[in-house]
Every structure is written in C-alpha cells, then in structure tokens.
Ligand binder design. Structure first.
Ligand code: ZN
Ligand code: FE
Length: 259
C-alpha cells in the first residue's frame, strides 16, 4: 500500500513523499531539511527524487539530499538549468521505481516553464506548478495556448486521480474562482471545505481531478458561465485561448475583498 505525505516547506510549498512504509520517493524537494526530518521520523529510506521544473523552491534541496543518500536516482526534464539529474525524462517516458513499487508516466506540461513535466500513475498526479487546486501556475515561459493544452491533458485524467500540487494556494485561488463563477455550487462547497481544513491547519491537498473539473475556472473555460464571463471582458465565445489568457491575467490582478 502506497502512502502519501505532504511535507510542508517555506511559506506554502508541499514536498510530496510517496512511500510503502520502508522506501520513499520525494517530488520537488526545494529544501532538504524537512524531507530528511520526515524520512527519519517515518523511518524511511529514500529511493528516488522526481523533479517537475527548474525553480529553486522545487530543486533547492537536491544536492544536500544526494550528499546524505548516495546513489539515489534523480529524474528531471531535459533542461540544463537542472544540474544534479541522473535520468532525463520527457513526454511519454515511464519511470519505474522498484521500491516503493511505483510506475509513473511522464507528461510534458509546458506553460509555467518551457520544460515543466508532471508524473502520473498509481492514481496519483504530481503536477508541480502547472495545476493548483482552483487555480494554475503563472505563465513565466510558456504561451497561454501551451498552458491551456497542458491543463486540458490533466483534465482528461481519470476523475478519482489524486492531484498533488506543489503549493497551498487553494484559499486565494477559490476567492478568484468565486469572483468568476459566483453561482457554482460545487465551488461554494469546496470553499466551505477549504475554510474548515485551513482553520484546522490541514492541507487542502491532494485534490481530485473531479473536484478540479467542477471548481477550477482554468479547467472550465468552455462552461457557459465562464464563456459569459469572457464576453463581459470582451472575449468572443469561440476564442477559448483568449478567454484562458484573460482568466490568467484576471487572477494576476485579483485582490480578494477583505473578509
Ligand atoms: Zn515554479
Ligand atoms: Fe513553485
């Protein structure tokens, strides 16, 4: 049985551990200390490191982890900005980890960065800074069309897939989503749930693809209420990429009304 542990780091990152009770993989260890502490507390050996993209809050702890756990494989996209990688992987590749038994498919997810990838398998999705709960990553290096295609491919994964995002941004994302779709009742229940979870100090993640399809405006660009939102912002109904770009810009500029 595979278990999943979100290890909090920095202000709002989660470094995900998947383990079988003795061996673990870690995704995007931006900081080594909390990962090492979690491994020690749970009495786990590290067998592999998986990286989604080159940003420091996702790879900053790799070198220190390698010093401590020699011989660990580091899976990463083909990008020279990620130095300590032992296995370069790209779209369609399979990552096979013996222990914990974990087989993951690599998905190209350009948009946040040009070489961003995700890992999908065993009912889990590690999507880095591409898909967040009720939101998506900023477009630092990709075009809106690329990011939308990446998000479309994630929306097509099975409904029950556990979505392991790299940041706890859900609350702020929900506030923007509610400004776009005030009538969305699934979003309303999600907001109540998120409030409960955060008040208890509990992560809002993993989410599910079903939850994201029902609540995340960036996966809902073809829904009538979002098409209408676009039209109010001067975007004609057939222009779905422009609508997505307008949503992303809207989120960049959004300031939640004081609670
Ligand atoms: Zn990032
Ligand atoms: Fe990040």
């Amino acid at each position: 049985m595979l278990r999943l542990v979100p290890v909090p780091a920095f202000d709002d990152n989660y470094l995900w551990l998947a383990h079988d009770g003795s061996r673990a993989v870690v995704v995007d260890p931006g900081d080594a200390a909390p990962v090492a502490a979690a491994l020690q507390r749970l009495k786990l050996q590290l067998s592999a490191i998986l990286l989604t993209h080159h940003h420091a809050d996702h790879i900053g702890g790799v070198a220190a982890l390698l010093e401590r756990f020699a011989g660990v494989d580091v899976y990463a996209p083909d990008d020279e900005r990620i130095e300590p990688a032992t296995r370069r992987v790209g779209d369609g590749d399979t990552v096979d980890i013996e222990a914990p038994g974990l087989r993951l498919r690599v998905l190209a997810l350009p948009g946040h960065t040009r070489s961003h990838i995700g890992y999908y398998g065993a009912g889990l999705l590690f999507c880095g800074d591409t898909l967040f709960s009720a939101g998506c990553g900023r477009l630092f290096e990709g075009t809106p069309a690329q990011m939308l295609a990446s998000l479309d491919s994630l929306a097509a994964l099975p409904a029950e897939t556990a979505v392991c995002c790299a940041h706890e941004y859900t609350s702020a994302n929900c506030a923007f989503a509610a400004s776009v779709e005030p009538e969305n009742s699934a979003l309303r229940s999600r907001i109540a749930e998120v409030r409960r979870l955060r008040a208890a100090g509990t992560p809002t993640l993993p989410s599910t693809i079903a939850c994201e399809r029902a609540t995340n405006p960036f996966l809902r660009v073809d829904e009538p209420d979002i098409v209408a939102w676009g039209e109010r912002h001067g975007i004609p109904a057939p222009a779905r990429v422009d609508r997505f770009a307008a949503l992303r810009r809207g989120k960049d500029q959004f300031r939640a009304p004081a609670a």
